[in-house]
Design a protein around this ligand. Structure first.
Ligand code: ATP
Ligand code: MG
Length: 200
């Protein structure tokens, strides 16, 4: 049976924290492929201007090109209105076949969010929650018992990198070349992204 990981996120911008987590999870859970799915208009980030989807998608494409077993999907960007994880999981089952095992990969912060139609979602895919520096995760206390066998906690030491930190550093004109692939850094410079007060 094919095993596919879905790595959803805003990716504003994508960074080594995302990429290294995806690599380690892919290996640990024997996933045939990890598909990065940049969000369109994320419901939980209403209050912040998110960089245009075309740029976020372009940066994810640059970051995963030439990486075997990684790919990108624009299903959420192409969808009208808000996307929920459940919509994306249903779409992946249509694309890859109903018998494909789907694993939704999230950081420990994201697993603690409220998921739309959580029962249905957990029935259709398993979750891999990667611990992340700065976010405490204690599965016995934070996950409903019904979901505990559908959520795998991945306790590898993750890189302490976040997109918000990168945006802040770039706004101050600082160097972020150790946190993101060079191709992504070049793209950011070419398009003048994350310069102060700019969220294009
Ligand atoms: P922001 O700071 O804007 O929230 P972010 O770095 O959290 O950005 P997102 O696009 O929000 O990036 O994250 C996409 C997914 O990747 C989420 O599930 C998030 O928990 C996870 N993630 C982000 N950074 C890391 C990291 N350093 N280690 C492990 N998982 C991460
Ligand atoms: Mg985040």
């Amino acid at each position: 049976m094919r095993r596919i990981g879905i790595m959803g996120g805003t990716f504003d911008p994508i960074h080594f924290g995302h990429l290294v987590t995806a690599e380690k999870v892919q290996e640990a859970f024997s996933l045939n492929e990890v598909v990065f799915v940049p969000s369109g208009n994320p419901p939980h980030k209403k209050n912040r201007l998110v960089t245009k989807a075309v740029h976020r998608l372009a940066m994810v494409k640059l970051a995963v090109e030439n990486h075997p077993g990684f790919s990108v999907s624009s299903v959420e960007i192409e969808r009208e209105g808000y996307s929920y994880a459940l919509d994306t999981v249903d779409e992946f089952h249509r694309i890859y076949g109903a018998d494909t095992a789907l694993f939704f990969i999230t950081g420990a912060d994201a697993i603690l969010e409220t998921w739309h139609k959580a029962d249905e979602l957990m029935a259709k895919c398993e979750f891999i929650a990667a611990t992340r520096p700065g976010y405490h995760f204690d599965e016995e206390h934070v996950l409903p018992v019904a979901y505990q066998d559908r959520v795998h906690v991945f306790r590898e030491t993750a890189l302490a990198i976040s997109s918000s930190q990168i945006r802040r550093l770039l706004g101050d004109g600082a160097d972020v070349s150790k946190m993101i692939p060079q191709s992504v850094n070049n793209y950011i410079k070419t398009h003048g992204l994350y310069e102060k007060e700019s969220h294009d």
